[in-house]
Design a protein around this ligand. Structure first.
Ligand code: R5P
Length: 279
């Protein structure tokens, strides 16, 4: 049985249509802004779905309140599906005195939830901070399925070496070649950024990554690919975090931009709901 938090409302209709059983929940705010949560159903096990896009802190707190309410009602096993996990990019101390924010949020959720499912966690290793069973769900299959026909015999690229695993996973689904962009210093003053060991001339290219924020990374990659003679350029990303104007910037630079619906956006064309039902 599913419980849908405010970060999962955009997934609810499809979840019900595909046969997901949903427990009713009342979610509102007190006049002073505090959250009010009331779970109306009963049971022993529940899967709470809520993605923690902005306002992130409210959604994280709501997940804790829902967890507390479910335990209070006697639910014995709780799973949290948090498709986009806020604070996942703050995964290390870069200046003394900082927290490892992703660890703090995972530990807090561990107070209530036995299992945690996240789609394409920014740094997959950080799932270890969740005290229970933590699973990082790959979106490779659904991204590959969406672009399969459009991409044809094209290639899959990651915008940097860090995202190579993502490109590899999508390419394996499609049976295509893959690579990543890399900076190469050609002289003391010149740096060249280009895909490593792969020729994109005349080929369709799919660039994959976990997050688009400002869109700067994708726009830069698309410009380089155009210069190198790529045919069609597609962008398939898991989380459309999208700063102001980013959808337009990236859409203008490429032939098609599609992200999954871990976050609801105008270009969330790839649904994670079938994957949730398979967990
Ligand atoms: C960075 O490590 C992430 O994987 C993305 O590449 C990054 O968040 C994209 O940011 P932007 O869209 O602002 O270039």
């Amino acid at each position: 049985m599913f419980v849908i938090g405010s970060g999962g409302k955009h997934l609810e209709d499809e979840l019900r249509e595909l046969g997901g059983e949903v427990i009713e929940i009342e979610l509102r705010k007190f006049p002073d802004g505090e959250k009010y949560v009331r779970v109306l159903g009963f049971g022993r096990e529940a899967t709470v779905i809520s993605s923690t896009f902005a306002p992130q802190d409210e959604k994280i707190l709501e997940l804790l309140l829902i967890g507390d309410a479910l335990r209070e009602k006697g639910f014995e096993k709780l799973r949290a599906v948090v498709p986009y996990f806020a604070y996942s990019r703050q995964d290390r101390v870069t200046k003394e005195g900082e927290p490892i924010s992703v660890r703090a949020v995972m530990r807090a959720l561990g107070l209530y939830y036995d299992e945690l499912y996240i789609f394409d966690l920014h740094n997959p290793e950080t799932i270890k901070y969740f005290p229970g069973k933590g699973i990082n769900v790959s979106p490779a299959r659904i991204i590959a399925d969406y672009f399969r026909e459009k991409l044809g015999e094209g290639i899959v690229l990651a915008p940097d070496r860090g995202a190579l695993g993502r490109a590899r996973a999508v390419a394996m689904e499609l049976g295509l070649e893959y690579s990543h962009f890399e900076k190469r210093r050609i002289s003391p003053t010149e740096v060249e950024i280009r895909p490593v060991d792969i020729d994109v001339r005349g080929k369709n290219v799919l660039i994959v990554d976990d997050i688009i924020s400002t869109g700067g990374t994708m726009v830069k990659a698309a410009r380089i690919l155009r210069k190198l003679g790529a045919e069609k350029i597609f962008v398939g990303v898991t989380h459309g975090v999208f700063a102001e104007g980013a959808v337009e910037r990236v859409s203008k630079a490429v032939d098609e931009l599609a992200v999954t619906n871990t976050i609801p956006t105008p270009v969330s064309k790839i649904s994670i709901v079938p994957e949730i039902l398979r967990l």
